[in-house]
Design a protein around this ligand. Sequence first.
Ligand code: ZN
Length: 314
Amino acid sequence: MSDARPGMRQGVVAVPTRTVEIVEVGPRDGLQNEPNVMSTEMKVAFIQGAIDAGLRRIEVASFVNPRRVPQMADAEAVLAALPRRPDVQYVGLVLNGRGFERARAAGCTEIGMAVMASDTFNRRNQGVSTEESIAAWSDIARDAHAAGIRAQITVSTAFGCPFEGEVPVARVVDVVERVAQAGPFEIAIADTIGVGVPSQVTEIVGRVRERIPDMALRFHFHNTRNTGLANAYAAVEAGVSTLDSSLGGIGGCPFAPAATGNIPTEDLVYMLQRMGISTGIDLEALIRTGRWLQDQLGRTVPGMLTKAGAFPAT
Ligand code: ZN
């Protein structure tokens, strides 16, 4: 990555000085919280629309108990219907060894797991303590490495917990260091319920870098309190080069009833591109997919570019 500041300009033309990779999480994090179960065909079309717009890492399904998460019951069918492309990573979310086996058999090229910095949230969400989830992650990472599948881990509720309140940065850093021992190719840090502010992002990045300077970091923001895009900007300013977002800004959190979705992919891409940061994504195609998604869901999505369009108009 270049050390140049984002948005560095030469003359009047913005010269891309950096690249930010975007992971599209709408088909999983977004749809998982939809009240109506979406068809497999709709999910596959959604993922295809994301690929067509240039997204190359897509969280396509979670391999969890279908009784607990009916929206993801067709994970295998979704994977089976997707085009096999060496340039696209299909990410499957897993919580345990059984989920990993399903994701591997279904053809996921990357698996992700999440452990919560908040022990109470971990118990409510996964039924076990954070310690037990870290142990499960170690086993999954070992199995993934043996199977030649990329494995990454998310440390969730890093900016606050609906049950415990403030989550100390020292606790976040401790969990990050523990999960790093299993050798993920990347660690994500998530504001699961959308309470974070930019100064927290800067502090967390700095404190994590002090301990594990070479680890690739990704951030995952929700826009529940309208700070999502500001947090994304803070992460980019701090040198983070991978961000999660969802088309249309769909999503939520079953443990935070008022939570809105992830930061909208189209809004994030607009901001980055106008700053001269390259994403490899076709914004107009992204907006088309966002509007298609809106039609499929039958309601207005939170993404602003889906309403306003890009600027300058093309
Ligand atoms: Zn999320």
